[in-house]
Design a protein around this ligand. Structure first.
Ligand code: AMP
Length: 426
């Protein structure tokens, strides 16, 4: 027996039905926000992800040399591929561009619940504007798409990397020449992980005074903009960021998203290409792997050789949405539309096929016996496979222009005129 690779999953019929149902719910919200679907390949040049995330990314993804000696990677996410596509083909299109995607991603993670080596991301990218209204619309989209699945308990958090970065600089101002890119990466990772001790140690190493560290910790805890503004008294640039943040929150409310307690300056997103607004949506019921969605504005286009343009986006971890729904014991409103056709007489076999065919042409989902089952067993089988109704052809009824229709839920049977069958089972 050959088993599936570690960190991957098979999905049975019931799971696929649920997944497709939820996928559609979210896609419908994307469409209502005038986002359009695009797709990119599962394989990309490894370089694409190295440009975006640095050389160390190679440890975290699946990569290999193809037969032509090229370094290829299975995509670990879709933002970089979408931006590669944009730079290669779509730069001349009228803006803003609003794209959504749904696809599998691969990461060489240590598998655990909610963390897989193959998982699915559903996301959106907005190309052309990062105005407060544009960002608000994007966040509202992520929020409403997740809400539309039926998930009740979710938490939205919004931060701002420009403001965070300025505070980090102030925290090490006395030794600002030390503000190297290594320090930048390390401190942002520690903030992202909420590792306060690690952060204090690092700042001390970079000669921050205890007063500076306390001030910085106070800033990270701040959750209202008037308070946050006090940390930036001398910076008009920061004031402009704060004004934009306010405008964005106001628009977010207008888009129907509650904004109480959403501000969280600790969000660092761990990745170097994010700028400005960043946000996350989590499902607290999922514990360690509670993050459902991450996004924000970012700079990638120029890194990939394109003309700089404002871009923002988010990715929703589809598998985690499914897990969170399960945790909330969500009842998936999936009903069976299956119609089963069988006959009481073997010589009606051709009539069964003709009827099955007609009903399928009319749009019904129809199955019939392929196993030569006896009548009783056929009915049992129809029940097992979840048929809503079973149409039974008997010689006497057929000759009179009728069929028997059995409602599989109530068990009641009724004789129906052939001409009325479609309306009756619809
Ligand atoms: P990221 O691209 O790392 O910001 O991830 C976006 C979302 O994808 C996260 O918020 C998670 O919900 C989901 N995600 C990331 N990595 C995995 C994984 N290994 N397995 C399942 N979901 C993941």
């Amino acid at each position: 027996m050959i088993s599936r690779p570690r960190g991957t999953r098979d999905f049975d019929v019931a799971e696929m039905e649920k997944r497709r149902f939820i996928q559609k719910q979210m896609e419908n919200v994307f469409k209502r926000f005038a986002y359009k679907e695009i797709a990119t390949p599962t394989l990309e040049h490894l370089e694409l992800f190295e440009i975006k995330s640095g050389g160390n990314i190679i440890d975290e993804l699946y990569s290999f040399k193809d037969k032509g000696g090229r370094d290829i990677a299975l995509r670990p996410e879709l933002t970089a591929p979408v931006m590669r596509f944009y730079v290669e083909k779509l730069q001349m299109e009228t803006k803003p561009l609003k794209f959504y995607y749904f696809g599998n991603c691969f990461r060489y993670d240590r598998p655990q619940e909610g963390r897989y080596r193959e998982f699915w991301q559903m996301g959106c990218e907005l190309i052309g504007s990062c105005s407060p209204e544009a960002i608000a619309e994007l966040i509202a989209l992520a929020y409403h798409a997740i809400k539309k699945t039926g998930l009740v308990n979710i938490r939205l958090r919004i931060g701002n990397l420009n403001l965070l970065e300025k505070q980090v600089r102030q925290a090490v101002a006395a030794s600002s020449s030390d503000f190297s890119s290594a320090f930048h990466t390390d401190i942002f990772r520690l903030i992202d992980k909420n590792d306060i001790d690690g952060m204090e140690q690092l700042l001390t190493q970079y000669k921050s005074s205890s007063q500076q560290i306390d001030l910085f910790k106070g800033f990270l805890q701040s959750n209202n903009l008037d308070n946050i503004a006090k940390y930036f008294k001398d910076s008009t640039e920061a004031q402009a960021d704060i004004d934009d943040f306010k405008k964005m929150l106001d628009a977010l409310e207008l888009f129907g998203v509650p904004t109480r307690d959403v501000i969280e300056m600790k969000i660092a997103r761990g990745l170097d290409y994010y700028t400005g607004t960043v946000f996350e949506i989590e499902a607290p019921q999922l514990g360690a792997e509670k993050q459902l969605c991450g996004g924000g504005s970012y700079t990638l286009v120029s890194l990939l050789g394109g003309t700089e343009i404002p871009t923002a986006g988010f990715a929703i971890g589809f598998d985690r949405v499914m897990m969170a729904l399960d945790r909330e014991k969500y009842e998936f409103p999936i009903s069976s539309d299956l119609i089963y056709v069988m006959s009481l007489d073997r010589d009606l076999g051709r009539e069964v096929i003709k009827l099955v065919s007609q009903l399928r042409h009319s749009g019904f989902i129809v199955d019939f016996d392929l196993m030569n089952r006896a009548i009783g067993r056929s009915l049992k089988h129809a029940d097992k496979i979840g048929a809503k109704k079973t149409i039974i052809l008997g010689r006497n009824e057929w000759d009179q222009g009728n069929v028997i229709v059995k409602d599989m839920q109530s068990g009641t049977q009724q004789e129906i005129k052939k001409e009325e069958l479609k309306t009756f089972i619809a």
